[in-house]
Ligand binder design. Structure first.
Ligand code: 2NL
Length: 344
């Protein structure tokens, strides 16, 4: 019996030594010390032993149980410690590793161009004015020297809501409204960026919804040379310091005289290329001296005050500046297109 017990002890201790994880250890505990384990069995069978043997075997069995339990506990502590060490090793943070790049967005190219233009004019003392996109016939047309039935209205196919209300076809009504607010007293120096709408079939160069920026300056002694100087600074800022501008006669109902404004080709420096179609010049905007009728309707004395105005399409400016071949890219928001305009 004694021999059996010591054999059991050696066997158990051997297994404890060889155990590599807590699960194995728990199995050993159950196997040797559990209710159905051999030691419990020996203790349970004590009644069958002789009086002399009983205390000896009992003591030995208890001692062996203590020894095995002790070994299991210390092995358990050892394994737990090793496990924590391993975890600490695995979860070490290397603070010297390079950081993960933060994905940032960027301005929409159209918005970037609008803001670049705004910044230039704000720097020259202009204020930025906004107004409604759903407009009255009066502000969209009549206040701009385009009375009902005027043939020039046909140049702009409009989205009418009622006979008197429409989606604005240009940002000029914002200028007419702002001009009214000044109650006949200059100076007025404003730019009006915003969305406009025309009944057009969408293609690479047309959209039923697009943006405009218009500028308006009204004061005493405003001359055409003020317009020309202003637009020259504008062209140089957007297309490069070496640029020149050229004015060609044109017609707008709200300006007289009216001009189309070209910038010298920034691509070929006027040698002639596909961008300027071999002419050396690229049309960028329309402008003119504010028609006296427009001043008078807004409450300004056209004998005392004069003004210049200009209007442009930021889409066209952005397409030229960045070589974009289709206006629809601005509105479809394909990130592969948009992310090309991220500044380094
Ligand atoms: C173009 C041409 C232009 C104006 C807009 C304007 C506004 C008032 C009075 C006089 Cl309130 N003029 N605006 C003048 C000339 C040209 O736009 O090609 N835009 C894309």
């Amino acid at each position: 019996m004694q021999e059996e017990l010591t054999k059991l002890r050696d066997e158990a201790l051997q297994k404890v030594r060889e155990a590599t994880d807590l699960k194995q250890l728990q199995n050993i505990r159950v196997q040797y010390l559990g209710k159905k384990g051999p030691i419990t069995e020996v203790l349970r069978g004590m009644g069958k032993l002789s009086k002399e043997e009983r205390p000896k075997i009992g003591a030995l069995a208890n001692e062996i149980r203590e020894v095995i339990a002790g070994e299991i506990t210390s092995k358990q502590e050892q394994l737990e410690k090793a496990e924590i060490e391993k975890k600490l090793q695995q979860e070490t943070i290397d603070v010297t590793l390079p950081g993960r790049p933060v994905r940032t967005g960027n301005h929409h190219p159209l918005q970037a161009v609008i803001e670049e233009i705004e910044d230039l004019f704000i720097g020259k003392g202009y204020t930025v004015e906004e107004g409604p996109e759903v407009e009255t016939d009066y502000y969209n047309f009549e206040a701009l020297n385009l009375p009902k039935g005027h043939p020039a209205r046909d140049m702009q196919d409009s989205f009418y809501i009622t006979d008197e209300i429409l989606l604005r076809t240009h940002t000029s009504p914002v200028q007419a409204r702002t001009l009214e607010k000044y109650k006949g007293k200059g100076p007025v120096k404003i730019i009006c960026p915003g969305k406009v709408y025309r009944r057009d079939t969408d293609d690479a160069t047309h959209s039923h919804q697009f943006t405009q920026i218009e500028g308006l300056v009204v004061d005493e002694n405003i001359r055409m040379s003020d317009l020309k100087g202003t637009l020259e600074v504008f062209a140089k800022k957007l297309f490069g310091e070496d640029r020149q501008i050229r004015l060609r006669p044109s017609f707008f109902p709200f300006t007289e005289p009216s001009v189309e404004v070209d910038v010298s080709c920034f691509k070929c420096s006027m040698k002639g290329c596909h961008v300027c179609k071999g002419t050396g010049w690229i049309e960028i905007l329309g402008a003119g001296m504010v028609h006296p009728n427009v001043l008078e309707m807004a409450g300004f004395d056209s004998k005392k005050y004069r003004g210049f105005a200009f209007g442009m399409g930021p889409e066209r400016i952005a397409m030229l500046k960045y070589g974009i071949d289709d206006i629809r890219h601005f509105y479809t928001n394909d990130v592969r297109f948009l992310k090309q305009f991220k500044q380094a």
